[in-house]
Design a binder for this molecule. Structure first.
Ligand SMILES: [Zn+2]
Length: 255
């Protein structure tokens, strides 16, 4: 299984529009972060987790030319705003694109992208989706792989992280119940969000993320959903434990 980090930035991305912050002006390509998303592939199967406002650019840069399924963590715009841009996949593949999300997220998408979900008198240029509801505590299958939803709290909002075999992807976490942590037992590669040093009401700080990694004990961990306030990639990386890495856009890992 291959995981390609399409974006590793927090909701505004880095650089932030109009920002004079030194990280926003950094020349290091690893300090340029699009909104979070990953592309997971195995055999010939291509799965995207979240499609934020940078989706089109991410598809072009990564060279992703097929999408067999789209899985959502939650409805916030930085994870969903690019949904219209699944159109080229829909046209090329000639069938509805399977999308997987919590019922609340599907309802939210139906409201915001009503023309995509339209059944009668649908505009011919609109993309089509096939809907699959993700239910807490119920594993499901995508492309013959078992997926375990992990229920985490993004402040007051419950959001899903996902475990696929030895790999787990958790973004926008602030708190997580012990029963959900149990579902991560034995995971080898863990991706988790770390916003900045300072505490935040709905995101792990760097220390929150490191404490969580210490609890889950993966072989290797990657941090994502990063704010420019965390600092320069190169400097932050030097301060991390030897098995913890800052993810960066276009990083590819094999699990
Ligand atoms: Zn987010």
């Amino acid at each position: 299984m291959q995981v390609y980090f399409l974006g590793t930035g927090t909701s505004q991305g880095i650089p932030v529009i109009g920002s004079e912050h030194s990280v926003c002006k950094s020349k290091d390509s690893r300090d340029k972060r699009l909104r979070v998303s990953i592309w997971v592939t195995w055999n010939d199967f291509s799965l995207i987790i979240d499609c934020g406002p940078d989706f089109r650019q991410q598809m072009l840069t990564s060279g992703c030319i097929t999408m067999d399924a789209l899985l959502f963590t939650h409805e916030h715009a930085d994870h969903t705003a690019g949904l219209d841009d699944i159109r080229p996949f829909y046209f090329k593949q000639g069938k509805d694109i399977p999308i997987y999300a919590h019922k609340r997220v599907l309802e939210n998408l139906r409201k915001r992208f009503d023309y995509i979900f339209e059944i009668e008198n649908k505009y011919p240029g609109a993309p089509g989706v096939e809907i699959f509801e993700v239910v807490n505590n119920v594993d499901f299958t995508i492309g013959n792989k078992n997926i375990t939803p992990i229920n985490v709290n993004h402040g007051n909002l419950p959001v899903f992280g996902y475990r696929i075999e030895d790999f787990a992807y958790l973004t926008d976490v602030k708190t997580i119940d012990d029963l959900e942590i149990d579902k991560l037992k034995g995971v080898k590669v863990l991706v988790v969000n770390a916003l900045r040093e300072e505490q935040h009401h709905s995101h792990f700080s760097l220390q929150d993320a490191l404490d969580f990694i210490h609890l889950v004990k993966p072989e290797i961990a990657y941090l994502t959903h990063i704010s420019h306030l965390l600092g320069f990639h190169e400097e932050v990386q030097k301060r991390l434990p030897s098995n913890v890495f800052l993810a960066y856009d276009n990083l590819k890992i094999t699990i």
